[in-house]
Design a protein around this ligand. Structure first.
Ligand SMILES: [Zn+2]
Length: 424
């Protein structure tokens, strides 16, 4: 039985076998082995800082459809001093505001209703509810990030979400009308306890909305750079549907979103809820099966394709540098870390990486300590080529750079293959 297994911090058994983080089964196959990489968001404080590397190997469960990496790094290490702020991107801010507007237009809320967001980050989403006088509570374990949310007047609990915390919240506040868990389920090592927590807080009228990049996009869209240690799980509609059922919940709708290069929004309700189900669930589950999401042979071919992309990128860097061009990066995000460390990019190939986040500037990107600079410095240093790493917001960044850079500066993106970003 699932409950007999110890899921906290490791799902590797004593004999080196693996159990699925979602269903507890033992039928996992290898999706993509990226070798040993540093923790993606752990930027170096100085050029000679030591780098710790950990294995990063995506496996897929045949039984429930969940993609996963072994949780060799504890969440305390990854998330206590988290440097990712949602409000850094105007795309994310707009996405959050539009979502809240849609909910309110549907007249989902009545007097006395309240909203709970798990992993509320800097308050980028909940501030929209507050503006409309709808009560909202956020849960954000990263203390540095929660402080920003609190300064906006958002009630924020600085803890990791768990079934234990869910019980306390239920006692204190009652059932929320709406629970939002965006881009967080991937970050949870003890997924079963997390879903149990959701289930506890899901009243007869509660709806749960979960946004997460989908395993289908990692496979079909070649988005392997979204695989990193802090993403323990890689969701699919098939997996969410199975995990919900195991825990007294029901997946009743799936929406396909363009945010983050293609995410799914999963809607859950209580098994006994009156809310009617939507055709999208069966449709997307079929799509996943038809596209080989749970086919080990297809993943094997995929690994070969990823190797090719990485080889092309390194070759481009070396040949472009050789002819004297000045290559910079933009976006010192986790995606950049996965790619740069997977090819072990040599010192000097990329001069610096610009990032708008003050939290990241003046730090260094592993493996060979590429300095992180401000976008202003990037413009002053007049690069000839800029590689934009966050491909999910590449147009937003490209527009921004084109306004200020020499028109001859070339802008590039590595995913889904090395390409120049065309002018609009
Ligand atoms: Zn499973």
């Amino acid at each position: 039985m699932v409950s007999d297994l110890n899921f906290s911090y490791s799902f590797i058994d004593g004999r080196g076998g693996y159990f699925c983080r979602g269903c507890g089964g033992g039928n996992l196959f290898s999706g993509l082995d990226l070798g040993k990489l540093p923790i993606a968001n752990e930027l170096l404080p100085s050029q000679d800082s030591e780098i710790e590397k950990f294995p990063l190997h995506l496996r897929v469960c045949i039984d429930c459809g969940l993609g996963q990496v072994a949780d060799v790094v504890t969440p305390e290490r990854i998330f206590r001093d988290y440097r990712y702020l949602s409000s850094i991107s105007s795309t994310f801010l707009q996405h959050a505001a539009e979502f809240v507007e849609t909910l309110v237009n549907q007249k989902m809320f009545e007097a006395g209703d309240w909203v709970l967001e798990i992993a509320s980050n800097d308050g980028y989403l909940l501030k929209n509810f507050l503006r409309l006088n709808i009560a909202a509570v956020g849960i954000e374990p990263a203390e540095n990030v929660a402080l920003i949310s609190k300064s906006l007047g958002i009630e924020t609990i600085t803890e990791f979400f768990s079934s234990q915390l869910a019980e306390k919240i239920l006692e204190e506040y009652g059932y929320p009308k709406f629970i939002i868990a965006n881009n967080v389920m991937a970050h949870v090592p003890d997924l079963i306890d997390f879903i149990k927590g959701l289930s506890l807080l899901c009243g007869p009228k509660t709806q749960i909305s979960i946004e997460n990049p989908s395993l289908a996009n990692i496979l079909i869209g070649l988005q392997f750079d979204t695989i990193y240690h802090e993403h323990y799980s890689y969701l699919s509609a098939t997996a969410v549907s199975n995990l919900a059922n195991i825990n007294g919940l029901h997946l009743f709708k799936v929406e396909e979103l363009t945010i983050h290069g293609g995410s799914n929004r999963y809607w859950l309700k209580r098994l006994d809820s009156q809310i009617s189900s939507h055709e999208s669930v069966a449709r997307i589950k079929n799509f996943e099966a038809e596209n080989g999401l749970f086919d080990p042979q297809l993943w094997e071919a995929y690994a070969g394709r990823v190797e090719e992309i990485l080889r092309d990128f390194l070759f481009w860097l070396q040949t472009t540098k050789k002819i004297g061009r000045r290559i910079y990066g933009y976006g010192a995000a986790a995606k950049a870390s996965t790619i740069l460390n997977s090819v072990d990019v040599e010192l000097g190939l990329i001069t610096s990486i610009a990032d708008a986040s003050l939290e990241k500037q003046n730090r260094f990107m592993p493996p060979h300590a590429i300095p992180i600079i401000s976008p202003r410095t990037l413009l002053d240093e007049k690069p000839t080529d800029v590689v934009i790493f966050p491909w999910n917001i590449k147009n937003e960044i490209a527009d921004l750079l084109r306004n200020s850079l020499d028109s001859k500066t070339r802008l590039w993106c590595v995913i889904p293959n090395m390409h120049e970003i065309g002018c609009k």
